[in-house]
Ligand binder design. Structure first.
Ligand SMILES: O=C(O)CCC(=O)C(=O)O
Ligand SMILES: [Fe+2]
Length: 278
């Protein structure tokens, strides 16, 4: 699948673009089947801290039970070629998935964050394919702070405090605290330059995971959002040590921690555990 110069420019500059009708019906059905299985069979990194709060969302990351299914699935999807073009990379590797389930119209906006707060990554050739299975209006979609992928590396969000989405993950002063984007926007809608796209099933949003981003709320008109995120990396991707104060995320992060312990600061991000797709 060919992407346009404008989509490439958007990804490289803004950190986000959308490809309409990126997945055909069969591909979308295969993605939904894997997504549904993944949600029904949570893995060890199933994140429960938001349960019972106004942000209640089923989030699961790199579920090892689904790895074989997902490695097979990504071979049938067009993302390797798309990322080659968006990045200008010869090679593409598949990292892992994350799932987000918001249901019943009650979940508020997810905390803004950068995936690099808890994943030991650096470099331009990283990308999330954000696949939602419902029609999602712009107001309920993923939001990215334009250009932030190349800006400040902030501390993460604990994702555990519904009253303060900026509660720091590492909290050791190494990385600056996230700005309170929701509060700023409530005071002045022009305070942050956000990019988001209305999507229909089959459309895929591509974002650089170092972008400051967050998933908007669901509501009465759009009560449910089921999202499968597939993460990829290319030639210019490197290992970057995380701050070491939070034992859960120290240095290697929690995902594939044994593999990550073999890499050192600045090394090319390579491991046989990640399937090469181009
Ligand atoms: O869909 C969401 O609510 C958040 C997505 C996200 O954080 C990601 O793609 O990394
Ligand atoms: Fe994220």
């Amino acid at each position: 699948m060919k992407v346009t110069d404008e989509q490439t420019r958007q990804f490289r500059e803004d950190g986000i673009t959308v490809v309409r009708n990126c997945l055909n019906e069969a591909q979308l059905a295969a993605c939904y089947e894997t997504f549904t299985w993944n949600v029904a069979n949570p893995g060890p990194y199933h994140f429960r801290a938001l349960e019972g709060t106004s942000l209640a969302t089923h989030i699961d990351n790199a579920n090892p039970h689904s790895k074989a299914k997902l490695d097979a699935l990504v071979q049938t999807l067009p993302f390797a070629g798309i990322f080659q073009q968006l990045w200008g990379s010869e090679h593409v590797w598949y990292f892992a998935e994350e799932v987000f389930v918001k249901e019943g119209g009650n979940s508020g906006r997810g905390p803004f964050h950068q995936d690099t707060a808890n994943l030991p990554w650096a470099g331009p050739h990283w990308g999330n394919a954000w696949i939602s299975f419902q029609h999602i209006p712009k107001a309920n979609s993923l939001e990215v702070v334009r250009g932030s992928w190349a800006g400040i590396e902030y501390d993460g969000s604990t994702f555990a405090n519904a009253d303060d989405p900026t509660e720091p993950l590492h909290n050791d002063g190494v990385l600056p605290r996230l700005p309170h984007i929701d509060r700023d926007l409530a005071a002045n809608p022009d305070s942050w330059d956000l990019v988001s796209y209305e999507v229909n099933p089959g459309d895929v949003v591509f974002l650089h995971p170092r972008s400051v981003h967050g998933g908007a709320q669901v509501d009465a008109a759009t009560p449910d959002r089921h999202t499968l995120v597939l993460r990829f990396f290319g030639d210019e991707s490197r290992f970057r040590e995380l701050p070491t104060s939070n034992p859960r995320y120290a240095r290697n992060g929690v995902l594939f921690a044994d593999e990550m312990s073999k890499l050192n600061e600045g090394d090319l991000f390579r491991s046989p555990i990640f399937q090469q797709v181009a």
